[in-house]
Design a protein around this ligand. Structure first.
Ligand SMILES: [Zn+2]
Ligand SMILES: [Zn+2]
Ligand SMILES: [Zn+2]
Length: 129
């Protein structure tokens, strides 16, 4: 499966132990893929967008609040849903484009990661409706 330039850069930064967002250094031993600065920036932006009820994707006014405080406009919400179903029906992991485990909605790597993630924070729970 070919990677997009963005995914390639992400993978390169990640394997080099650099922040995937800015290419800067990450704190040693950090399990996160971004540096503290980028994480703080991302968090601040997210809080701001949620506060103003703007779509996290395109910054247009959002209409719905999802579990975990995710706010998306109708368009992005539909696009996300469509992509998700398209990948799912093609047997492709929606997170990383690897083949999914039989009977699962994501590949083993992402399933493991999600499980670890949820163990740490319960605020980001995604439920399929
Ligand atoms: Zn960074
Ligand atoms: Zn949007
Ligand atoms: Zn995956």
């Amino acid at each position: 499966m070919a990677l997009t330039p963005r995914q390639e850069l992400y993978a390169r930064h990640k394997s080099a132990g650099l922040c995937v967002a800015c290419g800067g250094t990450r704190p040693e031993g950090s399990t996160r893929v971004q540096c503290d600065e980028c994480l703080a920036k991302k968090r601040a932006l997210r809080a701001k967008l949620i506060g103003e009820r703007l779509c996290l994707n395109c910054r247009r006014p959002a209409y719905a609040r999802r579990l975990g405080g995710r706010v998306l406009c109708a368009t992005c919400r539909n696009t996300e849903k469509r992509n998700r179903y398209a990948k799912l029906s093609a047997g492709i992991c929606q997170h990383c484009s690897r083949p999914v485990d039989p009977g699962k909605t994501a590949c083993r790597v992402c399933l493991d990661r999600t499980r670890n993630y949820h163990r740490r924070t319960r605020t980001e729970t995604e439920t399929d409706t």
